[in-house]
Design a protein around this ligand. Structure first.
Ligand code: ADP
Length: 397
């Protein structure tokens, strides 16, 4: 029988996540993370057959060195695994309007990803480095690009158009695109299964809450609205990103307070969100601890995060008309029973009633319905973006 093992690569601007996944069963044979690229402490850690290991990559190492290490040291130690690989699947953040589904990578697709790079200047170039490095290391394997934006290409124009002169859309592609598509797609499909409904008859609101986060209205298996926009800065409160704000704040900071545009960019992307509100941490666990201790900043961060998220969820009743379930996923969505409870309490007008025991139980990888019998349904479904990437790669080769 032909192997179904796919190498999944997720290249960030300063990190690389990798995994070897059986695209049919979802079994993970290898997973790892290389991080701190271009710094003195660039390093790589991985887990193979249940054993964890790590190594320094050397000062200044980046994607190329990390991939070389993965191929020449990690995979080389297990030739039977390397021999069974049938494809490489790459996560690519921005596919613009060009890519509405995953693509087998050709020179033309590489060029297309380059063209979309102006829309994701931190992310797409990293994916291209990963693609080129993987093409060099695995010349015999087909490579597939899976786009974060693709799932949201089904949004109607009323959801994706910004109310700005449309020349900017026509000539420069300025519109809302949305991100985390593979996660929203995966959990909405899993929700249909759990609800025992056909995908095309399932309407859910999916909340992907990680360091970045977005909320999507999925109607009949298709994204009809999502909270991220042209870039991952729009939408809900995130770890270090502000989410929605009055854009005139930017002019005020630059014109009256002496900020440079670079400083504003850095402030909104890296110093805002949970970190900016709490003035303590961007990490949800730290926010929860501070909140439990009555620490002021963490309390503010927690309240603003949940209130804003609940407002987004409520607004997606507009495109959906009927909501079969609210889904929580991502590091925060899968683990913070406190945030889920607070968000659903804000949504009491729709009748949501949390089942506290079920809510507490649905953590650390456990999934399940977290609302009481008779309440509209909210549930936790751990996401699995790597699995979607591996399945798409297998489907295309
Ligand atoms: P990324 O977007 O980088 O993939 P994750 O999906 O792993 O991130 O989410 C990271 C977030 O999940 C962090 O804010 C982290 O604090 C939060 N998180 C992880 N475990 C828990 C937990 N047990 N309780 C609350 N929050 C958690």
């Amino acid at each position: 029988m032909m192997s179904k093992l796919v190498l999944v690569l997720n290249c960030g601007s300063s990190s690389l996540k990798f995994a070897v996944i059986d695209a049919q069963t979802g079994d993970e044979h290898l997973s790892g993370l290389a991080e701190c690229f271009n710094l003195v402490d660039a390093r790589i850690k991985w887990k193979m057959d249940g054993n964890k290991d790590q190594a320094d990559l050397g000062a200044g190492a980046a994607h190329r060195e990390a991939l070389d290490f993965m191929v020449n040291t990690i995979l080389a130690s297990k030739p039977d695994l390397a021999d069974q690989l049938v494809a490489v699947g790459h996560r690519v953040v921005h596919g613009g309007e060009k890519y509405t589904r995953s693509m087998l990578i050709t020179d033309e697709v590489v060029h297309g990803i380059e063209e979309c790079a102006s829309l994701a200047p931190l992310h797409n170039p990293a994916a291209l480095i990963g693609i080129r490095a993987a093409q060099a290391s695995f010349a015999a394997l087909p490579q597939v690009a899976v786009f974060d934006t693709a799932f949201h290409q089904s949004m109607p124009k009323q959801a994706y158009a910004y109310a700005i002169p449309q020349k900017l859309y026509r000539e420069h592609g300025i519109r809302r695109y949305g991100m985390h598509g593979t996660s929203h797609l995966y959990v909405s499909r899993e929700a249909a299964k759990a609800l025992n409904k056909a995908v095309d008859d399932t309407n859910v609101i999916t909340c992907h809450l990680g360091n970045g986060g977005s909320v999507t209205a999925v109607r009949g298996g298709k994204s009809v609205d999502t909270s991220m926009g042209l870039t991952p800065l729009e939408g809900i409160v995130m770890g270090t990103r502000s989410g929605d704000l009055d854009p005139a704040i930017i002019f005020h900071l630059v014109d009256n307070l002496g900020y440079t545009l670079e400083e504003v960019n850095n402030m909104l992307n890296k110093q805002s969100g949970l970190l900016g509100l709490s003035e303590v941490t961007n990490d949800c666990r730290g926010i929860e601890e501070g909140y439990a201790d009555g620490q002021k900043g963490c309390t503010l961060a927690m309240e603003v995060f949940c209130y804003r998220l609940a407002k987004y969820v409520a607004s997606y009743t507009v495109p959906l008309k009927r909501v079969d379930a609210i889904i929580f996923t991502g590091g925060i969505g899968e683990n913070s029973d406190l945030i889920r409870k607070k968000v659903l309490d804000h949504l009491a007008i729709f009748g949501y009633q949390v089942d506290d025991a079920a809510n507490t139980a649905a953590r650390f990888g456990n999934e399940g319905v977290i609302t009481q019998a008779g309440s509209p349904i909210a549930m936790v479904i751990p996401t699995n973006e790597e699995f979607v990437i591996a399945s798409d790669a297998l489907a295309l080769i």
